[in-house]
Design a protein around this ligand. Structure first.
Ligand SMILES: Nc1ncnc2c1ncn2[C@@H]1O[C@H](COP(=O)(O)OP(=O)(O)OP(=O)(O)O)[C@@H](O)[C@H]1O
Ligand SMILES: [Mg+2]
Length: 376
């Protein structure tokens, strides 16, 4: 029997639980003109949610393109991948695709290739030296609106890890996208991302092109009761015995972060395969063995931090990330002064180690946090 817990990728179907309200909301909202910033810390389930919503929208005959900016390194790549995603969403029939491209991207001399999957992909001809070419790119950004109008069908464009836009194309990419997107009436956009502080800056800083460009939709954790039911159901449906208290213990240890819960349960399920009974000792042992697996990575990460950063991380781990600016915390952990704390925190955020939550700072990786606590 296959392990019923899945982690590390966008998930659909049985492995996906709850999110009913979020799915309904996005599904409804995106069928009208909308620009939505879907923001949550890492591994809460944004990409999976987008895949589920995408599937539902496609069933309603909407055209949906999904572009993950995380894997994109340059402006050229962005434009190619963007154009390919739009065309894939628009048409599966290749002759039509060719025609559409030729009509809509005349200035960029598109080259079309067919991937091994049968999907068309586009390479465009430009260099990003001249202002001229930047202007030509507008053709690419206009594609979804033009196709939507032509087909009399709403287009939905989902950008994942959108905060990377400023790394890929600097201010210019954001400015260009904004200029084009704000004229679109037939396209709805989702901008999702996990570097919360960067995304909030993008939308809330009036000097940034995406200032007030859309509604913010923060994605919370899955409610504990539902996540616990999910854990209990998945174990019992595969013939395992597990008490509700153990499920709660798992959620507490994993801080109810969907990825971590699934990761721990995946390991637990495999490790208790013979007895098919899950105890609290099993949970502890599995956490231990996971920490052991990460030892080398965390060790190296730690060695590359400055002494101050190490102290600050310890302070976050041991205080739960609260009141870091208080003189008591500063004194106890040797953090010098609040200006140092604030600079240190922004560096740790840049390094993707911590993220600001409402009133406190949290480790992005709870296993790293456990590791740091144990080093004390
Ligand atoms: N609705 C859900 N039900 C059960 N598990 C979920 C759910 N959503 C996410 N997960 C778990 O979390 C993992 C990560 O999900 P996903 O990649 O969608 O998150 P993300 O927020 O996009 O993460 P990242 O910030 O790393 O891009 C999944 O592989 C799965 O194990
Ligand atoms: Mg994701």
């Amino acid at each position: 029997m296959a392990n019923p817990f899945v982690y590390g990728q966008s998930i659909l179907g049985e492995a996906f639980t709850d999110r009913k309200q979020e799915i309904d909301y996005l599904f409804q909202a995106l069928q009208s003109p909308a620009r939505i910033f879907l923001i949550s810390p890492r591994r809460y389930g944004k990409s999976s949610l987008l895949q589920v919503v995408r599937q539902k929208l496609v069933q309603e005959d909407l055209l949906v393109a999904y572009v993950d900016l995380y894997k994109i390194a340059s402006m050229n790549e962005f434009a190619d991948i963007y154009a390919s995603a739009i065309l894939n969403a628009a048409d599966t029939k290749i002759e039509k695709t060719v025609k559409t491209i030729l009509e809509m991207l005349v200035r960029l001399r598109p080259k079309l290739a067919i991937e091994s999957t049968g999907a068309p992909s586009v390479t465009l001809d430009y260099s990003f030296q001249s202002k001229e070419t930047w202007k030509e790119l507008e053709e690419v950004y206009q594609l979804p609106e033009r196709i939507a109008r032509k087909k009399a069908n709403r287009f939905v464009v989902m950008f994942d890890e959108f905060q990377e836009a400023s790394i890929i194309g600097g201010d210019i990419l954001e400015k260009q996208l904004r200029a084009v997107i704000q004229t679109h009436t037939e396209v709805s956009y989702v901008f999702a991302g996990s570097k919360c502080h960067l995304l909030y800056q993008m939308v809330q800083d009036e000097k940034r092109p995406f200032y007030h460009m859309g509604e913010i939709f923060p994605l919370d954790k899955i409610p504990e009761a539902e996540m616990a039911d999910f854990v209990l159901d998945r174990f019992s449906q595969s013939g395992y015995r597990i008490e509700p208290l153990i499920a709660q213990y798992i959620l507490k240890e994993m801080r109810n972060i969907p990825y971590n819960v699934q990761l721990l349960c995946h390991r637990l399920w495999a490790q208790t395969r013979d007895a098919k009974v899950v105890t609290s000792e099993d949970v502890e042992l599995t956490i231990r063995s996971l920490l052991y697996t990460y030892e080398a990575i965390f060790g190296e990460l730690w060695d590359n931090l400055t002494t101050y950063q190490k102290r600050l991380l310890q302070a976050i781990a041991l205080t739960g990330g609260k009141n870091l600016f208080s003189s008591e915390t500063i004194g106890r952990y040797g953090l010098n002064a609040s200006s140092f704390v604030s600079k240190g925190l922004s560096l740790l955020q840049k390094k993707n180690l911590v993220e600001k939550h409402n009133d406190h700072y949290e480790f992005n990786d709870i296993f790293f946090e456990k590791w740091v606590i144990e080093r004390k």
